[in-house]
Write a new protein. Sequence first.
Length: 332
Amino acid sequence: MFKYLSLALTALLLTASPSMATAEDGAPIVIKFSHVSAESTPKGQGALLFKKLVEERLAGKVKVEVYANSALFGDGEELAALADGRVQMLAPSLSKFDKYTKRLQVFDLPFLFTDQAAVDRFLKREKSRELLRSMNSSNIYGLGFWTNGMKQLSANKALRTPADAKGLAFRIQASSVLEAQFAALGATTVKLPFAETYKALESGTVQGTENPWSNFVSQKFEKVQPYVTITNHGVLSYMVVTNSKFWTSIPFQIRTELESILDEVTLSVNQTAEANNQRDYEALVAGGKAKIITLTPAEQAAWREAMLPVWKQFEGEIGADVLHAARAVNRK
Ligand code: LMR
């Protein structure tokens, strides 16, 4: 009787905690790292470096499987998969956590950071460390921030002034701030998973979008977006996340080693992201398929002015403390 009760209890525990790490039986802990970007991008490179270092330093104890290009889960599915243990690590863009915390919306505010170096400074501040813990109540545990780059606008027509965007439909990530940013231009938006963007641009469901160079080039968007305007109006950064229950179930020594590897990878991703984007920008120019529009300072200021009212709309939800800390990094 006792044996059956204990078997039933074990079965119950296993179903209740599908994401528990199991190292006791000698089998390695498997970390499935799923993401939506190409392997050539800063995130793609980071995931592969994490796998390489883990397999060198924790051989036989931890096995990392990387699934790029939405091959395992796409946007809209991956966070649910993290919650029920079908995947153990993700690095979604900060725009995709809207449902879990409003504080991360700060990263979507247009023209908030003057350049990538300012974003890098903010990610090292105490306030950013605090943001890593902002989704604890949903069991989402932030392990670090990875950057990609500044976003540029693209469309099927030349965008030189904010009025040029009026009436167009833009593909956006699932973010209310980005929705408001395009509404401020008189444009409409469609929230679409990254993997569906190319098709939507090709079919004309949407006519424009925004990306850093690495994503634009790796998705071959120049085939369906003949014009890119260098606006640097926003940033694309990620949070590497795991499931808190899964993470704390990993034996302490292994977990500490994983965290130290991740810190090393984070440093590498963030140090090389800008060069990675510059390489892709140069490849795009050399390819000659897209017309790249460089704005004058006055034209750039007009985009800023058109999008700036968005800040007022969201500062309450984001919190004055976060906004203040982010603005402070523009002054070195
Ligand atoms: C996007 O959906 O545009 C980005 O978040 C894709 C990415 O780099 O993760």
